[in-house]
Write a protein that binds this ligand. Structure first.
Ligand code: GYE
Length: 325
């Protein structure tokens, strides 16, 4: 019998109530206050500048603090990421930072870590709220408000086009929280506008090449589109290539809207090929490790820690370019 179960049974014997047993068994694992930690960071994939910037920020901060970082890259596979978390549990890391690729499969990994007595902090993406809960299964989620990001794009488009648009939506990875929420926020914002129509929404897996391929196909079926809303910069850049190959001027014949705000994309805003970007900042390192230390110190941690996001437009893109990741 492990410690947790022993404690559970002891309390059950003391109080005689099933309710107390459940409350104790579901508590978050504690993190001891130490001068250094061995911490896992389970990354999703490394195929774009956003991911690379996030990994660098985590590595830099771990190095600055003198912590050991056990880094894994799931290479775009939720199944691999689940086994990466398993191996961190086997290595007895003190805590795990997890960027869950998809909402459902990674919820189980979160619960496994908790059962093994290892606290998890979710970074940048979250898990299905019905399957795992902040404050119970994991400590907190640190990242952007994706619904708000999508809504901002929708509101901007509504205002700029005076409610007239024929739209292709390039969706992020199926089953990931940013794809679900960026879609919801955008669609909520334009709902009820009779002149705004999404003619196609298709998965481009947050990737440049997939975004280009999907856009190429969709353009043939919908040659009349005049807006593409991509859930990240990479797919927007892929869509620009497809538009140019089809003889259309991105930013003029077809408006391009995106989320992330990496330097290459912000430059394209300055050049007039992307019309609007809502930022999603990948530099999590300082905030992630500060939260870990606060947790070890016994401070109250909120269920969500939301990063503020800027926006990039033709008016500010040149000025803000050097501050983009
Ligand atoms: O927008 C994208 C990345 O999870 C918020 O994932 C993140 C998203 C980001 O691959 O570029």
């Amino acid at each position: 019998m492990n410690h947790r179960r022993a404690l559970t049974f002891a309390l059950a014997a003391l109080t005689g109530t099933g309710l107390t047993v459940i409350a104790v068994a579901q508590g978050l694992p504690k993190l001891a206050k130490k001068s250094t930690y061995k911490v896992g960071f389970a990354q999703t994939e490394s195929n774009n500048p956003w991911r690379l910037a996030q990994t660098k920020s985590m590595q830099d901060e771990a190095r600055r603090l003198g912590y050991q970082l056990v880094y894994t890259d799931a290479g775009g596979s939720a199944a691999k990421q689940v086994s990466d978390v398993d191996s961190m549990i086997a290595q007895r890391v003190d805590a795990i930072f997890l960027a869950p690729r998809e909402e459902k499969p990674l919820a189980a990994a979160v619960k496994k870590a908790r059962a093994a007595g290892i606290p998890v902090i979710l970074l940048d993406r979250t898990v299905d709220a019905k399957l795992a809960k902040a404050g119970t299964d994991y400590v907190t989620f640190i990242g952007s408000d994706f619904i708000q990001e999508g809504r901002r794009v929708g509101e901007w488009l509504k205002k700029t086009t005076k409610g007239k648009a024929t739209i292709i939506q390039l969706l992020g990875t199926t089953g990931s929280s940013p794809a679900n929420d960026r879609r919801k926020g955008f669609e909520d914002a334009i709902r009820g506008q009779s002149g705004m129509k999404i003619v196609a929404s298709q998965d481009g897996d947050f990737s440049r090449d997939k975004g280009r391929q999907v856009m190429e196909t969709l353009l043939q079926a919908h040659p009349d589109v005049n807006v593409v809303y991509a859930h990240n910069d990479e797919m927007a850049i892929g869509a620009i290539a497809a538009l140019e190959a089809a003889g259309k001027k991105p930013g003029k014949d077809v408006m391009v809207l995106s989320i992330d705000g990496g330097r290459e994309a912000v430059k394209l805003v300055a050049d007039g090929k992307i019309n609007y970007i809502v930022e999603c900042n990948p530099k999590f390192g300082p905030k992630a490790f500060e939260t870990l230390k606060n947790y070890a110190a016994g401070k109250q941690i909120p269920a969500k820690i939301i990063n503020p996001d800027r926006e990039f437009t033709r008016e500010n893109a040149s000025r803000l370019l050097s501050s983009a990741f």
